[in-house]
Ligand binder design. Structure first.
Ligand SMILES: Cc1cc2nc3c(=O)[nH]c(=O)nc-3n(C[C@H](O)[C@H](O)[C@H](O)COP(=O)(O)O)c2cc1C
Length: 173
């Protein structure tokens, strides 16, 4: 059994990325388990918080990443780039330099938008930086008009999106 840890770069209660993360268990292969790490308690990166007394949420996040076989970044596109929350997560997980918990993990990047852009700018940006940080991006999924592709029960009603997510998750198997 492989464990894939998902991060949502939006803490908005009705976040589309949160809703997409909730669809993943039903789309994953039988040997892939999806866990979500709640970023709500992770503070902004500050080098003064490194060392012996790291924030509990950071310790928990690093431990969860260390135990995971792969990572999903569900990353909202803010102003053609990542949200501060997504960047903050990457920053914590790449410290100490060269030995961060994220190093060597396979990564799937997902971005969706209610508008027409499909989050392609942010997935391109994340896909560009992660290999430099020692990660292999194994799949990228984008979707525009996401409000039309999820029903009220958070089931994906767009077969193209469902099959792209299925294929992305299968790459972890
Ligand atoms: C500060 C901010 C900047 C945004 N910039 C973009 C953008 O550059 N491109 C885009 O397609 N959508 C943009 N959006 C719209 C987001 O894609 C949309 O709010 C999305 O639903 C955010 O993800 P969430 O639903 O998981 O919170 C922006 C939203 C915010 C709040």
């Amino acid at each position: 059994m492989k464990t894939i840890l998902a991060f949502n770069g939006s803490t908005r209660a009705a976040s589309f990325h949160g809703r997409i993360i909730r669809t993943l268990p039903a789309l994953a292969p039988a040997d892939v388990r999806i866990a979500e790490f709640d970023l709500g308690d992770v503070p902004f990166y500050n080098q003064d918080l490194e060392g012996e007394h790291q924030p509990d949420a950071v310790v928990a996040m690093r431990a969860a990443v260390a135990e995971a076989d792969g990572i999903v970044f569900a990353a909202p596109e803010y102003n053609y780039s990542y949200s501060a929350l997504t960047k903050n997560t990457i920053d914590w997980l790449t410290r100490p330099m060269g030995a961060g918990a994220l190093r060597g993990k396979k990564v799937m990047v997902i971005s969706v938008t209610p508008g027409p852009g499909a989050g392609r700018k942010v997935t391109a940006t994340i896909s560009e930086i992660l290999p430099f940080l020692g990660n292999e991006v194994i799949s990228v999924v984008n979707a525009a008009t996401i409000h039309e592709k999820l029903d009220a029960n958070d089931t994906i009603v767009d077969e193209e999106l469902a099959s792209a997510l299925r294929a992305g998750l299968a790459a972890f198997s």
